[in-house]
Write a protein that binds this ligand. Structure first.
Ligand code: CAO
Length: 416
């Protein structure tokens, strides 16, 4: 089956998570992604948090599938020459080095544009160009703190908290992928490439959009009715941490189910959707609340919302999280069990849809990874193993016209 991005050649100068997540996505959909790595070392994640000695770590294998690996020391004159040639014959260069590293290597945007006017140069940085922190190096949690996620996550009586979801890394990579595809579409009509830049701070903030909404509401009215602080607690002048409250117009919370005393994940998320009030009352056996003026409107329920959650927890006491959801789904109530990574890894629906996939790797055997979360009616992305360090160096150099002797010399001089 041909893939939509077949024919797009990408120089993948990315490392760690933000950049690799972007190029992996493009590789799944058919782009030829050539991961350029330093000879002998490669992406630092190859050796970070290893579970099998001497074998590429899962951190690497789960973010670099479907790519080819070319080792190249781009600080040597011959390495620069090879990179120059590669730039001339590629469509996109993606990088997430620290600020200024590509320029220091001698490959400024102006120079790349001269070499290949159609080239799209896509970058991830911690902060945007011109930002007063533009010189900072940034990792995931740094971005979550700088982008507003940490100050608004967690509980009111605890410190700012980061999320396990990679809001700074993979999320930024996804934004960059959209930027690259947009620039490719623009090039179809103009013939010209362009520079695409995404900062981790901006990408986190984009996902924290509703918290900026809340800041403005707070500025105007002094309270936020969907937060647990309302109506019994107090508000300062900044958006507080809302615990597990729902972020929209429906109150929600994480509720205990049977076994919570020993199982830290025996919980469901329960949402009190306004128009589902009657079904909720029927589901939990509180029909008398349906027409009770003290309960029948969202406003009336507001000051006793945690008592209502307490009553629902009483009802949940003899039900596992799965049994509870099986009852509640019949009443059309938005809810879900709190699922562990172990449960997700073994979920038959996720296996069937290709969201959790098993991949064969030359050195580690089989491992699990997250496949494409985007589903297409005309394409089923095939998830292939990540490349070994330099696995495709010779074949890539050969295809660029280098002779066997030249390739041998490059190896001897550690250029590749
Ligand atoms: N050949 C020769 N040199 C190479 C090379 C190659 N193939 N690939 C990389 N290098 C060099 C670069 O030229 C650079 O050298 P100089 O600093 O001397 O110019 C160096 O290796 C890489 O520097 P770096 O700043 O990218 O690496 P770091 O480990 O110090 O920092 C990170 C890592 C992630 C903090 C930094 O890259 C960064 O801030 N990136 C932007 C934000 C980002 O993407 N962060 C997300 C990371 S995922 O959590």
């Amino acid at each position: 089956m041909s893939k939509p991005l077949e024919g797009i050649k990408i120089i993948d100068f990315t490392h760690v998570q933000a950049g690799p997540a972007c190029t992996q996505l493009l590789a799944w959909y058919g782009a030829d992604v050539i991961k350029v790595e330093r000879p002998g070392a490669g992406d630092v994640t190859r050796s970070q948090l290893r579970d099998i000695p001497g074998v590429d770590a899962l951190y690497f294998t789960m973010l670099n599938s479907n790519k080819r690996s070319l080792t190249l020391d781009t600080k040597t004159p011959e390495g620069k020459e090879i990179l120059t040639k590669l730039i001339k014959e590629s469509d996109v260069l993606v990088e997430n080095f620290g600020p200024g590293a590509l320029d220091r290597m001698g490959f400024t945007w102006e120079h790349i544009k001269e070499l290949n006017p159609g080239m799209i140069v896509a970058s991830v940085k911690g902060f945007s160009d011109g930002h007063h922190y533009e010189d900072l190096k940034v990792y995931e949690n740094v971005a979550q703190c700088a982008g507003g996620a940490a100050s608004t996550t967690g509980f009111d009586d605890g410190p700012p908290t980061v999320s396990a979801a990679a809001l700074g890394d993979s999320n930024t990579g996804m934004h960059l992928a959209i930027g690259i595809l947009t620039a490719l579409r623009a090039r179809d009509t103009t013939g010209k490439g362009q520079k695409v830049a995404v900062s981790m701070q901006d990408s986190v903030l984009n996902l924290c959009r509703v918290k900026l909404r809340d800041q403005q509401r707070l500025d105007r009215v002094g309270y936020l009715e969907e937060y647990p602080q309302y109506p019994h607690g107090s508000f300062s002048d900044v958006v507080p941490r809302g615990g597990n409250a729902g972020g929209g117009g429906q109150p929600g919370w994480v509720l205990k189910c049977k076994g919570w005393e020993t199982d830290p994940n025996a919980y469901i998320y329960f949402t009190i959707q306004g128009h589902a009030w009657a079904p909720i009352c029927r589901a939990i056996g509180k029909e008398e609340w349906i027409d009770d003026p003290a309960y029948m409107t969202a406003q009336a329920r507001q000051d006793k919302i945690f008592d209502i959650f307490g009553t629902i927890e009483e009802w949940l006491k003899d039900k596992t999280k799965f049994e509870a959801v099986d009852v509640l789904r019949k009443f059309d109530i938005p809810c879900a069990p709190v699922l562990t990574m172990k449960e997700l890894a073994n979920d038959p629906s996720l296996r069937a849809s290709g969201t959790i996939v098993e991949v064969d790797h030359k050195e580690r055997g089989t491992y699990l990874t997250v496949g494409s979360p985007i589903k297409f009616s005309d394409m089923k992305p095939e998830i292939k193993a990540s490349p070994l360090l330099g696995e495709h160096t010779d074949e890539i150099l050969e295809s660029m016209g280098y002779s066997q002797q030249q390739i041998k010399d490059f190896h001897e001089r550690r250029v590749v």
